[in-house]
Design a protein around this ligand. Sequence first.
Ligand SMILES: O=C(O)C[C@@H](O)[C@H](O)C(=O)COP(=O)(O)O
Ligand SMILES: [Zn+2]
Length: 288
Amino acid sequence: MRLVNAKEMLRKAKEGHYAVGHFNLNNMESVRAFLLAAQETHSPIILGVSGGTAKYMGGYRTITDMVEDFMAYLDITVPVALHVDHGKYEEALDALNGGFSSVMFDGSKLPIEENLEKTRHIVELCREKGVSVEAEVGCIGGQEDGHVAMGECADPAECGQIAKLGIDMLAAGIGNIHGKYPADWKGLNFEVLAAIQKAAGDIPLVLHGGSGIPDDMVRQAISLGVCKVNVNTECQIAFTEATRKFIEDGRDLTGNGFTPRALLADGLVATKEKCIEKMTLFGSLGKA
Ligand SMILES: O=C(O)C[C@@H](O)[C@H](O)C(=O)COP(=O)(O)O
Ligand SMILES: [Zn+2]
């Protein structure tokens, strides 16, 4: 199966009251781990690529070719969307030219008028190529410049404005943040989430910062209209901890003692298991 855009998988998720997992790629092992997890559980999946990952992995075209070739090699038959994550304007255009099937343009740090104008333009370009579009309103913070944000909430009126531009999904702050949540985090704001969904009509909503949110909050968010949940940090931790344990147990010294593929094998398995755990929580198993 070829890459698909995220429109149809999110429409089905909305109708079926579950969410599709968005998992960030970080290296070749993560490509393999997420594709195998989705195929094994018969789940649709969205593979997210940040600007940093695009640079690390050789640019958007290289990643498109790698994912498509892996899909053919592993005989992947479930729907897979390849999605720019938090794309700046130029990154969104590069990914569009590089064969991505879905694009997030993140104009949330711009004045709202500029965010609307640039999102409108990205939507026009993506429509021509059958590529789905995610927009963002109300900056979703994280640990930046040594300061841990506590989670901003977006303005539902602004969400209503951007939803009218023909986007396919909307990311809006509801108290969620990227990375590890601080101990005194107040939780998701479900009143704001309900108001945003009302303002955005039937546009599927996206929950960023999906690592570390208590399961019951994730379920409630899905029941209120979240159809895509982004996860990166928990998968990175799973990979790193498993790899560290492999070394600390001295297993890297078995065999010839210097094989990189063996060194990374446990990390791959741990990433796949974490992905399946999250897809189970999101309710997407068997929905491909
Ligand atoms: O960290 C990235 O580069 C990707 C994230 O911003 C992603 O969009 C996301 O929201 C995942 O959040 P996390 O699970 O808290 O890392
Ligand atoms: Zn994010």
